[in-house]
Design a protein around this ligand. Structure first.
Ligand code: SF4
Length: 148
């Protein structure tokens, strides 16, 4: 069975920053021929519930910045992502939650250091690791529209 890495909140896991989920039944039906490997970097690294974060372009790189204290949260997320794909080297498809600073493939909000919105086509930090590994990657809404 082919394997898909899927944002855990889309499977019904209550791992969002506010302790809620984003269960997407049509998407799960669409993926019924896959073995689903769920992931949630933010729950693993920071627990649930947790403060929100945003993607910030500092002119050199794009970092995940805490909205609570302005600290940089990128490192543990990227570490989690690399470990995840090492453990699941046979993943063929990555589907991330739209607009998430960790999971969005091309729908993330990106701000500048002054917190002005630059664009809404950013890539979350875990999705970037998937893309860098050459894994076919989609935002969940686009994948559903594309395949149904
Ligand atoms: S979008 Fe990603 S990081 Fe956020 S709750 Fe869902 S799986 Fe976790």
């Amino acid at each position: 069975m082919k394997k898909v890495a899927l944002s855990a909140c889309l499977t019904g896991c209550s791992c969002r920053y506010d302790g809620k989920e984003n269960l997407n039944r049509p998407l799960l039906e669409q993926l019924s021929s896959y073995e689903i490997i769920p992931f949630c970097p933010e729950d693993f690294c920071f627990g649930t519930p947790r403060p929100t974060m945003d993607l910030v372009d500092n002119g050199k790189t794009i970092e995940a910045i805490s909205n609570k204290d302005g600290s940089t949260l990128s490192k543990p997320i990227v570490r989690y992502a690399k470990d995840f794909f090492e453990q699941h080297a046979d993943i063929e498809l990555f589907i991330g939650k739209d607009r998430s600073p960790s999971c969005a493939v091309k729908s993330g909000k990106v701000y500048n250091k002054e917190k002005n919105l630059l664009h809404t086509t950013g890539t979350g930090l875990m999705a970037k690791v998937a893309l860098d590994l050459g894994i076919e990657s989609w935002d969940s809404e686009e994948y559903l529209n594309h395949t149904s």
